[in-house]
Ligand binder design. Structure first.
Ligand code: MG
Length: 363
């Protein structure tokens, strides 16, 4: 069978983008973001994809793409996006099934979906079967090291931008500090806005139960990543015993991991991140699992892509506007209007990186 849209070239670029120092309970200090851009060329078009890291692993992702994955794509039909995802996933199964490979496949899969949108003349949300809609957005800090006054200043900034919800990190060594910070944020935002809390896997399930109970009086909208992603039964217990829903997804690197969470009723909110999950293809499957189980959906980082993806979900409650954003490096950053975001309407994913603005950070 002849390929309808044969893939002619795959190109990568590596950047290290500086960040204002930030951190959380699970990943420690975060001072830079690695960005790996991918272009996939076919039929005179170039699809754009990317992967990011929070400072480590990016070179390995680039090498996986260049050495192992790109050769598996050359000459293949670019329009068979899901078939190509399976091809890449299976070919590297022995060293893969998640981890860094998920990020490498993701960059290519994002580019292939973009290419499909470009060749069909349709925006991504349409290509994946979604309906354009305005999705509520929340302001999200990576703020665990911030002193209380700086934390409140950041939250005030979120309120000025009109977000109906805000998220703060928890997981300080002294639980009383978490309580004081969450209480102060609740006082500042009032009762009408939503307050999410995120522990970034800092606790055991037992600790999370105790810490969660201490924070329940401040009515968190959800508790995110209370413990390590491997402890699915622990999450299930927390989901049963705590008043607030449990949210997971950014650390799930395969569809099978999402499947376990859904089957074991271990989360109430499924958060997609098409980079860390293994691509648009993988995040879409996670959304379908959530839909079938009647769960709420949300996103992690990847604001622009997630605005498309959540349009293909039944109950998308929130899109995350993350503390670090790619806005400074995009030709047209995502707009927030009345606390909501919409997917772009141009063909493809609408992500156009500014090479002149990225140039100083190329590695
Ligand atoms: Mg998080």
């Amino acid at each position: 069978m002849n390929a309808r849209l044969p893939i002619q070239a795959v190109e990568t670029e590596y950047y290290r983008l500086p960040l204002e120092p930030m951190g959380d309970a699970g990943h420690g200090a975060i001072t830079s973001e690695e960005l790996i851009l991918v272009s996939v060329r076919a039929g005179g078009l170039a699809g754009q994809g990317y992967a990011y890291t929070i400072g480590r692993g990016g070179r390995a992702i680039q090498t996986l793409i260049e050495q192992d994955l790109a050769p598996l794509l050359l000459g293949q039909d670019a329009s068979d996006v899901e078939g190509l995802w399976e091809r890449l996933w299976r070919a590297l199964l022995y060293v893969g099934r998640g981890g860094l490979l998920a990020f490498a496949i993701a960059a290519l899969d994002i580019a292939l979906w973009d290419l499909r949108g470009l060749s069909q003349g349709e925006p991504l949300y349409q290509v994946i079967g979604g309906q354009a809609r305005a999705i509520p957005a929340y302001g999200s800090g990576v703020d665990l090291p911030k002193p209380l006054d700086a934390l409140l200043q950041q939250v005030e900034g979120f309120l000025e931008r009109g977000f109906p919800g805000v998220k703060v990190k928890v997981g300080r060594a002294d639980p009383r500090e978490d309580e004081a910070r969450v209480a102060a944020v609740r006082r500042l935002i009032g009762d009408d806005r939503d307050l999410m809390i995120d522990a970034n896997m800092a606790w055991t399930a037992d600790e999370a139960l105790e810490r969660g109970r201490r924070l329940e009086p401040f009515r968190p909208f959800w508790l995110e990543e209370p413990t390590i992603p491997e402890d699915v039964p622990g999450h299930a217990r927390l989901a049963r015993e705590l008043a607030m829903p449990i949210a997971v997804g950014e650390s799930l690197h395969s569809v099978y991991e999402f499947q376990r969470y859904v089957q074991e009723r271990a989360a109430g909110v499924i958060q997609i991140d098409p980079v860390t999950n293994g691509g648009i293809t993988a995040s879409l499957r996670a959304l379908r699992l959530a839909d079938a189980a009647g769960l709420a959906t949300s996103s992690h980082y990847t604001d622009e892509l997630s605005a498309h993806l959540l349009c293909a979900s039944r109950n998308p409650i929130y899109l995350e506007k993350h503390a670090f954003a790619l806005d400074a490096y995009l030709e047209e950053p995502q707009q927030v209007q009345d606390g909501r975001v919409r997917p772009t309407e141009v063909p493809g994913n609408g992500l156009h990186f500014s090479r002149p603005r990225l140039a100083p950070f190329r590695g």
